[in-house]
Design a protein around this ligand. Structure first.
Ligand code: GLY
Length: 252
């Protein structure tokens, strides 16, 4: 059993306690249920509900002052769900999770909002945060004792970007990737991560996960904040960033 959570590339180490709490809560769900999906969602919700992180309630503001959220979930049994440009839902990761067993697997804007309402989620004003560095995202990767891997990620995007802009977080292979051997999520400047198809490419080099992640981070310019975390089924669990990305690992 393993869990790794991150609180966003470039975030201050002062929020380490929030990332630790997410990992601990996710871990207690994992220990109790051995359900990697529920553990990953629990961990991400803890950070979405913590105003210090750029996800859920603490999301950064777009050019027009609005909050728009992207989120994704994927499982090693071949399912994925992603939402983009969602507005005014407290926990976007829950809506991405709803798409795991749907077809289509990805919804954006008005369609994502209508889907969330149909599933019974309530729209409530998410004011977001004017403070802080803007590239943060939150994410979790979890492996159960059976070997199932789940990845989950959630973000408010990057401060000041245009309305309708979509970053890496909901883009398969860019901001998240999961198969039967590995799960990876990324954080940082979404445009650069997407151009590099970062998570998928790291996964292709993952016999040594730590080296693969360092290689992946080096694909981006040094001054472009980026980070990745992941688990593979060789028993490796790690994170790498060219910034001060806080992350937390629990394993047994
Ligand atoms: N990595 C989050 C974003 O660029 O939207």
């Amino acid at each position: 059993m393993k869990i790794i959570c991150h609180g966003g590339a470039g975030h201050t180490p002062k929020v380490q306690d929030g990332v630790d709490k997410a990992a601990e809560k996710g871990w207690s769900v994992l220990k109790e249920t051995d359900n990697a999906l529920e553990a990953a969602i629990t961990a991400v919700i803890i950070m979405e509900d913590d105003f210090r992180f750029n996800a859920g309630t603490g999301s950064c503001l777009r050019e027009d002052g609005s909050v728009q959220n992207d989120s994704s979930v994927a499982t090693s049994d071949g399912r994925m769900g992603a939402i983009a440009n969602l507005r005014n839902f407290k926990n976007p990761v829950l809506i991405a999770k709803e798409l795991l067993d749907e077809f289509p697997v990805m919804l954006a804007g008005k369609g994502a909002i209508e889907f969330a309402l149909k599933k019974g989620y309530k729209q409530t004003k998410v004011k977001g945060s004017e403070k802080g560095w803007t590239g943060d995202t939150v994410g979790a990767v979890v492996q159960s004792s059976k070997g199932d891997i789940v990845v989950a990620s959630s973000t408010g995007g990057v401060r000041g970007r245009p309305v309708g802009r979509v970053g890496d977080t909901p883009l398969w292979g860019s901001g998240f990737y999961c198969d039967e051997k590995i799960g990876i999520v990324a954080t940082g400047v979404g445009e650069a991560i997407t151009e590099q198809l970062l998570c998928y490419r790291v996964a292709q080099h993952s016999e040594n996960l730590e080296e693969a992640m360092e290689w992946g981070v080096r694909l981006l310019p040094k001054d472009t904040g980026v980070g990745v975390i992941g688990i593979n089924n060789n028993g490796q669990i790690c994170g790498s960033s060219n910034t001060s990305m806080p992350f937390s690992i629990i394993e047994r």
